[in-house]
Design a protein. Structure first.
Ligand code: PMM
Length: 259
């Protein structure tokens, strides 16, 4: 899953793809590099980020979703807003990627239930503005698995069959340093619970904590390729990344090892 952030303020690529034509061209190149899914987002969720009005979010993402879906790309829309999810599905998106697990907008699950789209539910304990205030766990892997199971049950209660649901442990969302590694170690536990698992480590701060704060993007992308290959070996269904070639190569090598 390749990341297309149509935002002015995402932490690693904010502002680069705010113009729809530039975002579309970038997404086409990610697809040409081998991305199976394009995840298009119009609201940054980096720590401390302020919310964006749904209308602005839609102005950013809908032209990009529509153009790429019409070319046959499989599109995911990264949103916490039910109205944006609805509009993006109407424009051709097949997957709604809600980092809040359907908790931010009480209409989200019902909106997706009315369609045949899939939904990725992220592990989330509250808004980005103060997400670290809730980073308090006794056993982070188990708590993330249990809290995601509750969200899968909520989706089912809203009318979304479990086969349409993907879970994501929400690396970096209300988790500090070592908690992110613990949650990655819990991927097999998540897989055992039965849903497909999506994992997003790309360029995140916990990688810089290992590499050193001076690590440039190329080094963070290499680290992302390693965590993504390890996530795949742990049973993840998809990995969400900015740089497709490095992760494609790492996945190919991991697959060859397994074969
Ligand atoms: N991380 C970010 C945004 N969206 N979606 C999923 N499913 N999983 C993630 O870990 C995730 C996400 C934040 O990173 P970005 O600003 O680089 O997109």
């Amino acid at each position: 899953m390749a990341i297309v952030n149509v935002t002015p303020d995402s932490f690693s690529d904010g502002g680069r793809y705010l113009d729809p034509d530039v975002a579309i061209a970038h997404a086409r190149s990610l697809r040409a590099q081998g991305a199976d899914l394009l995840d298009i987002g119009g609201e940054s969720t980096r720590p401390g980020a302020e919310r964006v009005a749904a209308r602005i979010e839609q102005e950013r993402v809908l032209p990009v979703v529509e153009a790429l879906a019409s070319e046959g790309a499989i599109i995911s829309v990264d949103t916490m807003n039910a109205s944006t999810a609805r509009a993006a599905i109407a424009a051709g998106a097949r997957l709604v990627n809600d980092v809040s697990g359907g908790l931010s907008d009480p209409e989200m699950l019902a909106a997706v239930a009315e369609t045949d789209a899939e939904i990725a539910l992220g592990h989330w304990r509250g808004p980005s503005t103060d997400m670290y205030a809730r980073a308090d766990y006794a056993d982070v892997g188990l708590e993330v698995a249990d809290e995601l199971a509750e969200r899968v049950a909520a989706a089912r209660a809203a009318g979304i069959a479990p086969e349409r649901v993907i879970v994501d442990p929400g690396v970096g969302f209300g988790k500090r340093g070592i908690q992110n590694w613990q949650v990655l170690n819990a991927i097999p536990t998540l897989v055992e619970r039965g849903s497909r698992v999506l994992v997003g480590t790309s360029r995140k701060r916990f990688l810089a904590e290992v590499l050193g704060d001076d690590a440039d993007l190329a080094r963070r992308d290499l680290a992302t390729a390693v965590t993504s290959a390890l996530a795949a070996r742990s049973g993840a269904w998809a990995v969400r990344v900015h740089d497709v070639p490095t992760t494609r190569d790492a996945l190919a090598v991991a697959r060859a090892w397994e074969a």
